[in-house]
Design a protein around this ligand. Sequence first.
Ligand SMILES: [Zn+2]
Length: 375
Amino acid sequence: MLAAVNAYGQSVVLAGPNARMTALSLKKTPYFCPQCGRPVVIKAGDVNIPHFAHEANSSCDSFSEPESPRHLSGKLDLFNWIASTRDAEMEARLPDRSQRPDILTGTIAVEYQCSAITSSLFRSRTERYNNRLLTPFWLYGGPPIEKKGRYIKLTPFQRLFLRYHSQLGFYFITYYPESKLFSVYGRIIPVTTSLCFAERLDVRISEMPFPPAAVFSSNFTFSLQAFFDEKRKWIDRSRHYNNARTHLLFKSIYEAGRNPHLLPEEIGLPVRTGVAIRNHPVEWQFYIINDQKSGSPEEAAAIVRKRIESGHLKEAILPLAPLMTPEQAAADYIELINELGTGKRADSRSMGAKIQREETFCTAYEKQIIDRLIF
Ligand SMILES: [Zn+2]
């Protein structure tokens, strides 16, 4: 931790250009943890930035994670960054001591999270901030985001950081003290259950305003053809790894006398709120088309909710984007196919015919589909 109190309750923060000198000068004075009141020691070695630490075997839970060197130096960078333009309190104590944000500025509680925590802890911390009318600002500082070809791979923990903005779509922000860079990942569109399309914008901390803002270029590199290629691979892999006769999606498709590879193109399309459902688009969109009678957005929303309740589909946990629900994704999908106006089309007769139809579909509809993915 970077803030502690002395025997008189006065607090000291190890930040700024003289942090090391301050730390060394304080070494002989007793200091205490503001959260649990136990004594802390000053660490001012050569490797880590100067900081306070509990004595070994202390069970204080001041923060939601152990303080790694990256967490400490990232927190210090973020504090200096925010404090250069507005009032900021390092490791602020909230009145009921329930939790301690890394930095508090106005009504914004900054949480710089480097180690993985459970979704329930992430959610309860978020809710507790919201309940006291504070806005949590979660920044990701964990292992680098994995790239796979033209896409990124997001773990369940990384997905907790997803937020939604009308211009950025789903997005999240990372900060790495090693490079002093924020990376804004925006326009996130699920391509398979693990891969996502995303655009990334790197901004040096010295050039980033607070609260952060990011403007992506108008050049949107999403490719519908590449999306279809991944869909084909995903169907192959899923059939291979799951027992195709027990996997509910394939079972339903076979029972209807159909082939998952030959379904019409409009089953399994990218949708801008698709992140809200953890399954592949082909899965939840097949259920909608298969179960619907009226074709209304409300009906589609109800179908998706019913399939979630019966365990056929999985809802994404999005503590920072509570309005982005599976129902919203279902309604967006119905709006999209109504706009395309393709109607109910038959399956392709062969793989060759299917690939040709995909090409025709991309030429005809890619622009419309992409226009609905970004604003
Ligand atoms: Zn403590």
